[in-house]
Write a protein that binds this ligand. Structure first.
Ligand SMILES: *[C@@H]1O[C@H](CO)[C@@H](O)[C@H](O)[C@H]1NC(C)=O
Ligand SMILES: *[C@@H]1O[C@H](CO)[C@@H](O)[C@H](O)[C@H]1NC(C)=O
Ligand SMILES: *[C@@H]1O[C@H](CO)[C@@H](O)[C@H](O)[C@H]1NC(C)=O
Ligand SMILES: *[C@@H]1O[C@H](CO)[C@@H](O)[C@H](O)[C@H]1NC(C)=O
Ligand SMILES: *[C@@H]1O[C@H](CO)[C@@H](O)[C@H](O)[C@H]1NC(C)=O
Length: 819
């Protein structure tokens, strides 16, 4: 446009055109607050296809909840983390490609996923719904031409109540499962049958209300049970009141503050105010000031302790049931049979109680007598002896809702077999935990450093609770702690009182340098970076991957925390990560037998591995197991786990084999991690490896999970044939993929009905020792996976089902020479 000798009319013209285009740009990007009948919001345009309330405070559109996973949601425009106020499909996120929300001509607003099936819709079919409008209150309403509201999001709350949004009979606020995880969790705010507004934990094993205080009557809690209106509202001043006469006020009572009342994932109900100058939320009220009194935080036998942050732990002689999942609590390390009185001992945990599950009413008896009753009663697992109030003695049939609090003037006595070693447990834990050595013991064992604390400080912190629920929390905590200075804590773990080991965490660079002996032993090198072997301080053998191209720390953080949650036996487990300057490292479990290519192509002339390890060829059983395991791993990534993850680079080098030759897919999620990409351009660059890449990469079509199905198909056929089909060969002077030639041959053989077609295809090095039915099925699956038209390819789920059907088939296998 610019020209050094431009004449004035040209200048004028260009100025004018700039002005016009500027004006046009403004007009077209002006935020809109409604969606009209017949129009849609597209997930691909999630950054721009948005509805914004007239005053700008709320935004509605597609909200990214994970790798390639979205939900239709309303969020606070001005909060730093785009806090979600409402979500249509929290439990069923949709794919980041070809999903949309539309206001159909029949009046229904529908959310459809990539396949076109309806995931969510309003109940306004055959109404005159004309538009969906986002109001300044944060309410999304469907209106008819006369302005009558036919449907509103306020009637369908998720975990948050906005000012003026009534919570009524049959509605509930249901917590999410974790920070930045939006699935429905176990905590709810609702009106119970006695017309009282309550907080309840509805776990898989038991449910238990905890607010208002269930130990005292309705009236003692300043509630009334006779008003059947059942309505609760947060007003614009910050007062929350309900028909059972509950009244609470925000500490910053007043107009003009954006607020929300949220059923948090840690079971606490909190009222928040937005500080618009920095976009952060400040708690202005919370229902349960002592976080550990929230029920169900730590599962069966688990105890919530303050360190000083609330955290879960197991009592002596118990250990975590499932690593990294506190919902299932702890399990005894001894057999839970009925012991003779002389075979048991009691271990005291002062200031600790397990709430509920009493064997009969409490009694005012001496400690000795209480102990004797528990000894005589087989089902008594422990008893609580209280020092204040009456009665004192409570026998426990089950141990749930464990908590430790200096305000609890009592002790729980755990009944344990006498033979069990539980040294050190008779020391009063309550006080020790708050300061001094034991705190350090706890934190040492969880790999989390401490900034140090005094009793006074943590008492104060009570009232200021920082939320901690189940595992999610640790996750974040570990990250946070690592950001701060980490102390080396030498105290040994001695009293059997274990705080859970946080499985996924951030490592320091020094730690990994030490583990890998300064990155000495290289295991391999691929497109995404080099991999080194290492041994952690706890003797875990790991593979440390240094990523090549790096992405911003925040983005990296968000991605790896998603990947760290993925846990499937056919996927390589990620234990943690490390960021230092521009270095990004990932820490994986070490998989003994290396990658599939080394075993599969060991006889072939070219082996790509740079180590000269001689791998033994795989027998048929192993090949089938690897095929099935890989399919299961990919199916999990595509469908079952929290988010949809498209691998984008499935090939034998990325399929690792453990000591039992069970396959573990590696490097998933790296497509997004190791390449920089602007928003929406997630898959704009070609990924993958020549020979395994689906045609849609070249055709510039949207990338779906079907690209992995294609690559899997190639790998599957390679497993059967025992050679690299992804190579290119020269036939009659033309370059052609080995695969194309192979498929042509297979189709010809099948067409002419050659009896021995299967035998001709299967790897000759097996010397005929394979299962013919399985081989035929595998070839069939392989061929369908590499269909040009991706809609003809099966999903990974279908592949798994088909393989499972012939898994048990032992018919034609000649076992004489197996293994
Ligand atoms: C949709 O359901 C809500 C409550 O569930 C009801 O108030 C509203 O009238 C319904 N709308 C139509 C059009 O049926
Ligand atoms: C939730 O996660 C975000 C970022 O992942 C973090 O900034 C925030 O502090 C977390 N909130 C809590 C309550 O832990
Ligand atoms: C019941 O609660 C509603 C809403 O708070 C209130 O308007 C009504 O007066 C109450 N009824 C009685 C009998 O207290
Ligand atoms: C909001 O945050 C800023 C910066 O931290 C602070 O100066 C200000 O006082 C805060 N406003 C309110 C109302 O808390
Ligand atoms: C924002 O302001 C609040 C006070 O209103 C403060 O507690 C918080 O730390 C501030 N956050 C940031 C990121 O500055």
């Amino acid at each position: 446009m610019k020209h050094p000798h431009a004449q004035s009319p040209t200048i004028l013209f260009s100025l004018l055109s700039i002005l016009i285009s500027f004006h046009y740009a403004c007009a077209s990007s002006a935020p809109r607050n409604s969606l009209h009948r017949g129009s849609s919001l597209l997930v691909e345009n999630y950054a721009s296809d948005l509805l914004t309330s007239a005053d700008g405070s709320f935004t509605c559109g597609f909200y990214q909840v994970g790798v390639n996973a979205f939900s239709f949601a309303i969020w606070f425009t001005n909060s730093k983390e785009r806090t979600v106020a409402w979500m249509a499909n929290r439990d069923q996120p949709i794919n980041g490609q070809r999903s949309r929300v539309s206001l159909h001509r029949d009046g229904t607003m529908v959310l459809t996923d990539a396949e076109g099936s309806a995931i969510w819709s309003t109940n306004t079919t055959n109404t005159k719904a004309e538009k969906a409008e986002l109001l300044n209150t944060g309410n999304l309403v469907l209106k008819d031409p006369y302005g009558k509201v036919l449907w509103q999001s306020f009637d369908h709350p998720t975990d948050t109540l906005l000012p003026l949004q009534p919570l009524i009979r049959n509605n509930k606020l249901v917590s999410a499962t974790g920070n930045n995880s939006y699935f429905s969790g176990y905590y709810a705010l609702f009106f119970d049958n006695d017309n009282v507004l309550k907080l309840i934990h509805e776990g898989p094993d038991f449910s238990s209300a905890y607010w208002p205080n269930p130990d005292v009557g309705v009236l003692k809690n300043d509630r009334i049970g006779y008003n059947r209106t059942r309505i609760a509202v947060l007003d614009e001043m910050g007062r929350f009141s309900s028909s059972d006469s509950m009244r609470i006020s925000a500490t910053d009572l007043g107009h003009g503050i954006k607020r929300r009342l949220t059923m948090d994932y840690d079971g606490n109900l909190r009222l928040y105010s937005l500080n618009e100058s920095n976009g952060s939320w400040v708690v202005s009220w919370e229902a349960v000031p002592q976080q550990c009194l929230v029920r169900g935080l730590c599962g069966e036998y688990g105890i919530c302790v303050y360190t000083p942050k609330p955290k879960c732990s197991c009592p002596p002689a118990y250990e975590m049931k499932e690593p990294s999942n506190w919902n299932s609590g702890c399990k005894p390390k001894f057999k839970g049979r009925c012991y003779q009185p002389q075979q048991v001992k009691f271990v005291e945990l002062p200031h600790t109680d397990f709430y509920g599950f009493d064997l009969g009413p409490g009694q005012s008896v001496t400690l000795e007598s209480c102990k004797n009753q528990c000894l005589q009663e087989c089902s008594c697992k422990a008893f609580t002896y209280r020092l204040t109030g009456k009665p004192f003695c409570f026998l426990k049939s089950a141990l749930y809702n464990g908590f430790q609090s200096p305000d609890f003037e009592g002790t729980i006595y755990l009944k344990l077999p006498k033979s069990l070693e539980t040294s050190g447990t008779s020391a009063p834990m309550g006080s020790d935990l708050t300061c001094g050595s034991k705190t350090q013991v706890l934190e040492h064992s969880s790999g989390i450093g401490s900034t140090g604390s005094s009793r006074a400080k943590w008492k104060y912190l009570y009232s200021f609770v920082f939320l901690i629920g189940a595992i999610e929390v640790l996750f974040i905590a570990s990250g946070w702690w690592c950001l701060f200075r980490k102390q080396k804590l030498k105290a040994p773990m001695e009293d059997g009182y274990q705080v859970m080991l946080n499985q996924f965490r951030r490592f320091t660079y020094a730690e990994l340098q030490k583990a890998t002996k300064k990155f000495r032993e290289e295991l391999g090198r691929g497109g995404s970076g080099a991999v080194y072997k290492g041994v952690l301080e706890d003797n875990r053998v790991v593979a440390v991957k240094k990523l090549g191209e790096v992405i911003q720390e925040e983005e990296f953080w968000a991605e790896v925390s998603t990947l760290g949650r993925i846990n499937h036996m056919n996927l390589v487990r990620m234990w943690g990560f490390c960021c230092k300057g521009t270095e990004r490292l990932l820490v994986y479990e070490y998989v003994e037998n290396g990658s599939l290519d080394k075993h599969l192509f060991s006889n072939a002339s070219i082996s790509r591995s740079n180590t000269s390890s001689r791998a033994s060829p795989l027998n048929w059983k192993q090949r089938f197991k690897i095929t099935l395991g890989t399919a299961k791993g990919l199916a999990y990534l595509h469908h079952e786990c929290l988010e949809w993850v498209i691998h984008c680079d499935v090939k034998p080098e990325n399929i690792l084999l453990d000591k039992d030759f069970e396959s573990k897919v590696s490097d998933f999620g790296l497509a997004k991690l190791s390449h920089r990409g602007g928003s929406g351009s997630e898959f704009s660059r070609i990924r993958g490896t020549k020979g395994y890449m689906a045609p849609e990469w070249a055709l510039n079509l949207p990338i779906t999970a079907k690209v992995d199905v294609y690559s899997y198909g190639v790998v599957l056929l390679e497993i059967v044939k025992g050679i690299r089909l992804s190579n290119w060969v020269v036939v009659n002077g033309e370059e052609e993929a080995e695969l194309t030639r192979f498929i042509r041959m297979v189709k010809r053989k099948i067409k002419y009905g050659e009896d021995t077609w299967v035998d001709d295809i299967v790897d000759p090095s097996l010397r005929g020792q394979f299962n013919r039915n399985q081989a035929a099925m595998m070839i069939e699956i392989g061929i369908s996976c590499i269909e040009e038209d991706r809609s003809k390819r099966p999903t990974m789920d279908t592949v798994v089902q088909a393989l499972l059907e012939c898994e048990e088939d032992e018919s034609e296998i000649n076992t004489a020479n197996m293994l």
